[in-house]
Design a binder for this molecule. Sequence first.
Ligand code: MG
Length: 413
Amino acid sequence: MERLIFHIDVNSAYLSWESARRLKEGKEDLRLIPACIGGDPKKRTGVVLAKSIPAKRFGICTGEPMGAALRKCPQLVIAPPDFSLYQQYSEAFLAICRQYAPALEQFSIDECFLDMTGTRTTYPDPIALAYEIKNVIRDTLGFTVNVGIARNKLLAKMASDFEKPDRVHTLFPDELENKLWPLPVGQLLTVGKTTANKLQKAGIATIGDLAQQPAARLQAMLGKKWGIQLHAYANGIDHSPIIDVPQKAKGYSISTTVEDNVSSAEQANHILLTLADSVSARMRADGAKTACIAVSIRSNDFRNRSHQCKLHQPEDTTQVIYETAKQLFSALWDQHTPLRLLGISLTEVTWDENEQLSLFADPKHEKERKLDRAVDAIRKKYGMDTIARGAVLGDKHIVGKKYRAQVENKRKR
Ligand SMILES: [Mg+2]
């Protein structure tokens, strides 16, 4: 089956997103005036991260120091970056794209690939569909995108980079000669400045020149692997698949209904420990941490109550989650009403790959993290029931299977 790939790219993402927010607040549209996103305007430090088209007319470039930009254009409006805003808009834009595509690969905060292969019956006209996606994003979220349509990822991405903003471009095999080959060789994806210079010196000025070279010559010039790849790219060949990674969970929750009503704090704590242990292990397996823990209870007359608390920093250890849940529970429960359900949920989840090293790292906390990792590893190999956390944490009571069996594990979307 012929592949059909869309590449969707937000036009000047950071500036557009800031503008969309300002417009909602009744403020000026930064896209229409000389403006940029960048470092602290008061201190004149930092660099330009994104600029408006009017700012570009003053010769302001991305990556330029803020002081230099202000000399070129003293009336330049500078907005500080706001990555949580970007994250929100990014998610909103991907959510719209997901509604149309059987598979989606996020490529960066403001770019994604959609695999539309085999959707002819649903969407007979791919170009009309691209316009629809583009317009829905513009009309509901307030910023524009470019859509590139092609038979593979490489060409879809090249196509979305053609004239901007708010445009749809195709780059099908019969269009390579007119649309791709006349471009300077440095514009081919993955060709950096050094390679572009090298190619130009060898008389290869355009992507078309590159496509027509004998592959052997390119291999001799650039090395075997790189030579073969660039030759294929220049000819519009790319077989890389769309990698659709499941959306990350927004939070993790777990709850259990108890057979005999819970009527003592001791009983409740044992259950909370089992729940904390299970839900945090699941979160750790995803490499996530939580900054907000909530406990919910249901009394035997079916009244629900919950209590939550924010943490000073994201956490993932069973110990911290259990201790917090225990405190929340004691603040929540009147100590006599019988309970029939207990639950813990973890929200404000983050995936900080470059974990911040605290200056005040607590060696005890580090020990707990190591313990968690060891327990997780053993369970991964031998099963969840091989180690009961109650024993591990020095609690003499081991939480029984009676509770475990009814535990309901949920992944929040
Ligand atoms: Mg972009």
